[in-house]
Every structure is written in structure tokens, then in C-alpha cells.
Design a protein around this ligand. Sequence first.
Ligand code: PMP
Length: 317
Amino acid sequence: MPSTEPDPSTIVFFDNRYVPLAQAQVGVLTHALNYGTGVFEGIRGYWDAEVQEILLARPADHYMRWKRNAGILHLEIPPSPDELIEITAELLRRNAFHSDIYVRPLVWKSAQRIGVHADARDSFTIVAVPFGVYMDSDKGLHAGITSWRRLEDNAIPGRAKICGAYVNSALATDDVRRCGFDEAIFLSENGHVAEGATCNIFMVRNGRLITPGPADNILEGITRACIIELARDVLHLEVVERSIDRSELYVCDEVFFTGTAVELAPVTMVDHRRVGAGVIGPIASELRRLYTDATRGRLPQFENWIRRVSVPVSIHA
Ligand code: PMP
């Protein structure tokens, strides 16, 4: 997992300008810092050295989701998704990134005063940083059910990537890591499986791919949508969105997580019980290969998922 802090000279978009990361600062009374009133996104870009391009994975979908979900908190992001993609491309060029990268857009309530009632002062930033493997899952992960419950839509909408909502994910991750697991699985208050701390969850049972639906307090993941499309259109699998019981994870054939950062991460143990044969299953393996090929521009039928940004390596570099 990347733990290093980005270079402070990295150029970021902040306050409608391109400035070094070191200058992108907010005051301690900022509403979002005190009350969690921000909405963020996460977008990956994959470096293709052969053509000297970074391939942004579904940036229009990410920016559309960001703008729509920001509306839940009455946060305004004035630029259109296309304009936001252009700002992102400019960041990649200005920083001359020649590696895989991660983009973090963030919009927040920016008034600096005491009081939880939010006003119309909003700010947004877009930061791009070099980024590699987030979660090493090549041998399969051991996931544990956390005793923290997934937050409910009527408390804090989990679909919205609201900053304050990630306390829920941080508590769950801390809980299961202290118990020796790699990653958390959340149950909702009603006891059904919801998702991982920062990723969606799928299981394979009797040849069908099954994942909880939006009403199970999940974040409606864009990687999840990619995996459903690949499973249906390429592998011709039946995909079912329905609630999953905790104990179904103990008796199913395969489990895996999906997300922008984790990509597709197979789970081979849940709560000290082997999933299937206790090794990475064939459907997870195949979907992982397809997802990698599609996002790295090697599957022409999924070229519409990616936006290519040319970042030539300077001959003086
Ligand atoms: N659930 C949660 C709680 C997340 O934070 C994420 C990461 N954005 C996901 C699921 C996966 O969503 P996506 O595939 O759009 O990255």
C-alpha cells in the first residue's frame, strides 16, 4: 500500500489555479475539516510506455458521479465532466507523470467559522499522484467481518463518498487489521453483507456471480459496473444483484473485492474459513485479467472506457 507522501512540488489544481501541492492549504476552521462536509472521488490512470500515454479509467463516469453525489450535500462543482477531464489531463502533462497514477478530486464546504449549518461557500481541488498496487492480493486476501456496521443511507448516504462517512471505513479497517485480517467486510444493520471498507464485494455460487444491490448501503462502484459488464458480455455469466447472508460467504465458491484502488482483489479466506478450495478461483482470475486488459487499452471493444492523455517522455529527461 502506498504510504509515502507525494512530493510537495507536485502541481495540483486548487482555487482555480495550478499550484504546487505545498501551497494548496486550508484553514483549521474550515467547515469540512470540522464536520466532514466534503465529497471526493478516486480515478486511476494507467501508463502505457509504448505509446507514452496515460489511460484514465472511466473519467467521465467518475466526474459525473462526483457532481451528482456532491449535490446530496448541496456542494457545487461548476465545471462539466469534460472540463474536469481536461484539468486532469493538464495535471498529468504539467507533472510529466510516466507511471500509473491516481487522481483525487475533492469538493468541500469551505467557510471558516464555528457552526455546523453549511452555507454556499464551496471549494474544489484535483490532485494527481504516482500510484502503484494498493492492496497486494496475488496470493488471495483473508477478509474478516467487522463488528462495525455499514452506515445506513438515512444516516449518512454511503453512495456519496462523503468525507465524514469514511470514519466508518477507517474504524472497520482498524478493527480487522488488529485482528490479523487483510481487509474488512461490512454487514448492514439488517445483517446482510454490504461491501468492503473501500470496495464492493462479489461472490460466485453455483456458476452465478452475485453482488449486493444499491439498497444494501453500498457505494455504487464504477469498477463493480465494469466487472458486471465483463462477466455478462465476455464470460456470458449470469449476474444477480441481491442481498447476501454472512454465512453464504462461508459456503460459496469464490469471493472478490472490486474498486478503483483495489482493482479486482480475490479473497481466499473469510473469517478463518476457506472460500471454495482456498485458492484464487477461475472466475476471479479471468475477470481480473479482463479488467486489467480493458483498462490498459488492450481490448478494443472497451476502448470507450478509457481516455488517453499523451505525456511524451522528454528527450532531455
Ligand atoms: N465502496 C466504497 C466504500 C469505496 O470507497 C469504493 C471506492 N471508491 C468502492 C466501494 C468502489 O468504488 P469504485 O469502483 O467506483 O472505485
